[in-house]
Every structure is written in structure tokens, then in C-alpha cells.
Ligand binder design. Structure first.
Ligand SMILES: [Zn+2]
Length: 198
């Protein structure tokens, strides 16, 4: 334990995901000891990012405008929607360059243990997007773990009532893992080999 403000800094850093006590201490001392480290710039970015970045009103992806750059891009195919859990999954799929449609970010996955049910996710907004008949295929790209599979099953049941092709990414993705950790080639192949569900 350190005194006062130094310990406060370590505590705050330690609250960030993926940063344990040792990493928090190392980062804190880097900030304290490295003169070239621009604290003012980091502080400014932290403040500005909260003010400026919001969620796209159509797909839920992060955006600095009302709608995100993907939803605004006229070259994207509006007949295809890829459903993902988080905005970081959009980035992972974009890296593969396999997909030229639009996205829908759910904001998580169904997880009864964490108290997250379908109502906490952006499923209602998805159904609204599908109502006008533009979309011909929904690709479910939730994570290949328990919560992701539960969400995929729930979605595919909901979507069978509509006349839309519903597909799920092919197996081959590391089971139990996170979509964002799959390498580009594996994720790209999973896209190509997607199969119809329901
Ligand atoms: Zn968007």
C-alpha cells in the first residue's frame, strides 16, 4: 500500500478490465517517473471521449455522429445484417474484409447469472430494422461460448417468424472464446462457411 494519491491512482487503474494490481502499480509508476509522458493529453482524451463518443442510433456501434461510418456508407449492402454482441466485434469482423453488409450491436449476450435477458439487449431495435423487408439475411455472429450460443438460439427462434435467411458463423472458431480473439483467417473462413439455422 502506498500513501494517499499514489494509492488512489493505483486503485483507479486497477478497476480497469484486464489490469491486475501489479499492472496497475507498474502503470502508476510509469506515469510518475516518465517525464515525457503527456498526462494532460491523456486526461483531455479521457474527458473528450466520454463527451463525444456515443452509440449509432441505427446499429449501436460506437460513433462520433448520430450514425456510424458503416451505416452512412452507401457501398455497404443493406440486405445483409451481421448481429454481434459488442462494438469491438465489429472491428474484428471488419479486419477480415469478408463482410460488406451492415451490423447490429446487441450490447451484450443473454446471461441469466448476470441478470441479462433479451429485454436488456437491442433485440427490439433489430426487429424494427427487419420490418421493412430490405434485409434478406441475418448473420448471427455472437461469441462461441455459452451466453453467445444462448443468444443465437433465442434470436434464430425469433427470426423464424420472418421470411429472412438466418445464418450462424461456421464452427472452427475457438469454443468458449471471444469473437474478437479469433484470428482474421479463422474468422474469415467462419464467415464464408456460415450455415442456415432454424
Ligand atoms: Zn451504425
Amino acid at each position: 500500500m502506498y500513501e494517499g494519491i499514489v494509492q488512489d491512482l493505483i486503485d483507479e487503474l486497477g478497476r480497469l478490465p484486464g489490469i491486475g494490481p501489479k499492472s496497475a502499480q507498474r502503470i502508476a509508476f510509469h506515469i510518475l517517473q516518465t517525464e515525457s509522458f503527456d498526462v494532460a493529453r491523456l486526461a483531455e482524451i479521457l474527458t473528450t471521449v466520454r463527451e463525444r463518443v456515443r452509440f449509432c442510433s441505427i446499429c449501436g456501434n460506437i460513433s462520433e455522429q448520430e450514425t456510424c461510418s458503416i451505416c452512412r456508407d452507401p457501398r455497404r449492402d443493406p440486405a445483409l445484417i451481421c448481429v454481434v454482441e459488442e462494438a469491438k466485434d465489429v472491428v474484428a469482423i471488419e479486419r477480415t474484409r469478408e463482410f460488406r453488409g451492415l451490423y447490429h450491436v446487441l450490447g451484450g449476450a443473454i446471461s441469466p447469472i448476470d441478470g441479462i435477458g433479451p429485454d436488456q439487449l437491442r433485440i427490439r431495435q433489430l426487429m424494427q430494422r427487419l420490418a421493412d423487408g430490405t434485409v434478406q439475411e441475418v448473420i448471427i455472429a455472437t461469441d462461441p461460448n455459452l451466453e453467445g450460443e444462448a443468444t443465437a438460439t433465442y434470436l434464430s427462434r425469433m427470426l423464424t417468424t420472418l421470411e429472412i435467411r438466418v445464418t450462424r458463423l461456421a464452427s472452427g472458431l475457438p469454443v468458449g472464446g471471444d469473437l474478437e480473439y479469433a484470428d482474421e483467417v479463422t474468422l474469415g473462413r467462419a464467415f464464408e462457411g456460415r450455415r442456415v439455422v432454424g
